[in-house]
Design a protein around this ligand. Structure first.
Ligand code: AMP
Ligand code: MG
Length: 291
């Protein structure tokens, strides 16, 4: 058993390893996703605060182990890819899940509308620049998948330009995985009703105006087209080396717990231990005593 293993590590409130419930399977339909569901979780909202706190601690410990190993020459890293419509809760994952870890080892990057400079390059140019360093956890708040989502829905480039991107993205991710980056892809789904409530609350609260963008309503009206684009993304880029996970997001407490477990599972699969000392511990203790 290595240090990253802990027989009591699977919280009893989950009925199986969470990824087994959440992984996209060929044939899964976006139209059938219930954003209010809590797949695999046997508890309820009242269990969430304590469990989230416990699991954040576990996540932070594994993240520190990844970081520590990189100091000892391990080049591996993790990349969390968050995709979802506005209000799905990407920011909440960043704040309440990833935020529990040491910022020293987190490489966060959000991807908005490309700048003129970014547009003058290949769409993966800005993505490559933001990849996590060895021992780090990269977090993409939106990602290269925008280039087959909003770009497809709004015809920002012709079909013969976006169409080959699915295969190109698969090859790109293969390259990352072969280079030692474990990729956790999370597609976050919020229902139209819940999205409406969340947008309405942004309009009610001066402290939330900054999150509101009038364009969100335009995207909302294009939900059928987005549904189609999300379906194509899942069908064509959920690979063995980088599978998609479907996260129901109407219950924020559930989506946060679920993504935390996906990260913990991924880190555990790296089979890490604390790096051994590259000095003589006893000799150092004696030296320290004498000064
Ligand atoms: P937000 O995440 O709320 O700050 O919004 C960022 C916006 O930038 C979203 O509407 C995205 O769809 C958009 N965006 C991100 N990447 C691209 C891209 N490659 N091309 C066009 N729009 C993009
Ligand atoms: Mg937004």
């Amino acid at each position: 058993m290595n240090d990253a293993d802990d027989p009591e590590d699977l919280p009893s409130l989950w009925s199986h390893e969470p990824h087994a419930h959440l992984m996209f399977r060929p044939g899964d339909r976006v139209a059938d996703i219930d954003p209010d569901a809590t797949p695999g979780f046997r508890g309820d909202k009242s269990d969430a605060p304590t469990l989230q706190e416990e699991r954040n601690v576990r996540f932070a410990e594994l993240q520190e182990m990844l970081y520590a190993n990189s100091r000892a020459g391990d080049h591996r890293s993790v990349l969390l890819v968050l995709q979802g419509m506005d209000t799905a809760g990407k920011g909440g994952i960043v704040k309440h899940v990833v935020g529990g870890a040491n910022p020293q080892g987190i490489d966060y990057k959000s991807f908005g509308k490309p700048t003129p400079e970014e547009l003058s390059h290949h769409y993966l140019w800005r993505i490559r620049k933001a990849l996590p360093a060895a021992g780090h956890i990269g977090v993409f708040d939106r990602s290269h998948y925008e280039d087959v989502l909003i770009v497809r829905v709004h015809n920002l480039v012709p079909r013969d330009v976006w169409e080959p991107r699915y295969d190109e993205i698969n090859a790109f991710e293969r390259e990352l995985v072969d280079g030692g980056t474990a990729i956790v892809k999370v597609a976050m789904f919020v229902s139209l009703d819940e999205q409406k409530r969340r947008l309405a609350s942004r309009l009610e609260r001066p402290d939330k105006y900054w999150k509101y963008n009038p364009g969100d309503i335009d995207e909302r009206q294009k939900w059928p087209q987005y549904q189609q684009a999300y379906q194509a993304m899942l069908d064509r880029t959920s690979t063995e080396h980088a599978p998609w996970h479907i996260i129901p997001c109407d219950k924020k407490w559930y989506s946060r717990l679920a993504v935390t477990e996906l990260l913990i599972e991924t880190l555990k699969r790296l089979n890490m231990s604390w790096p051994p000392p590259d000095f003589d511990v006893e000799a150092e203790k004696k030296r320290l005593e004498s000064v």
